[in-house]
Ligand binder design. Sequence first.
Ligand SMILES: *Cc1c(COP(=O)(O)O)cnc(C)c1O
Length: 227
Amino acid sequence: MTDIAENLEKLRNRIIAWEQRYNRPAGAVRLLAASKGHSAAEISTALTCGQRDFGENYLQEALTKIIPLDSPEICWHFIGPIQSNKSRMIAETFAWVHSLDRVKIARRLNDMRPDSLPNLNVCIEVNIDDEPSKSGIRPNELMDFAAEVRQFPRLQLRGLMAMPKPCDDFELQRASFHRLYESYSLLKNRDLPLDTLSMGTSSDLEAAIAEGATIVRVGTAIFGPRP
Ligand SMILES: *Cc1c(COP(=O)(O)O)cnc(C)c1O
């Protein structure tokens, strides 16, 4: 059985060590537990260990956990592809969306965000390695897309997210994340008040932290392999 408490403890210590190694301020990196494929009971265990941010990829699966857990302590992040017909429930249920890459979806999320909730925090997903048939905005389209997203009053544009091509080489991992960091810096220099770089998973979070990640999305290293 996976020891979620032990995994979380190890991961937090590694994050602290990497913040120091790469001259990041203490507490600069927020840990998001990517819980797709794992149960409400496993999420509940992580919650007991003080984990508050959880990310889900599929709306139907997410609801089977969000509804029974019914926890005001959890901050839910949507990190998967968004189908148009799911946007209402996403706007009603999540605090964050990391995977925004279409204006049509931005408009729907904006229009459907309930008045009773704060603005929806969003990150633009960038196809950082310019891979064909992969979700995310092309780096050269990012400026225009960010300007469009900013028009929506119920969306709070917080930053950028990417899922680079899987790769074992630390320096190549850094190079991909560095490109996202550069796009992020460019947007900030255009006076966009961004504060979030969502990048890094179980296999490449050290490289992501080295390159300025403020949110790392970690599943396997917390919950073990997905069933
Ligand atoms: C599954 C997933 C993760 C976590 O990946 P692990 O390798 O399990 O850490 C992070 N981000 C996204 C978008 C994911 O779909």
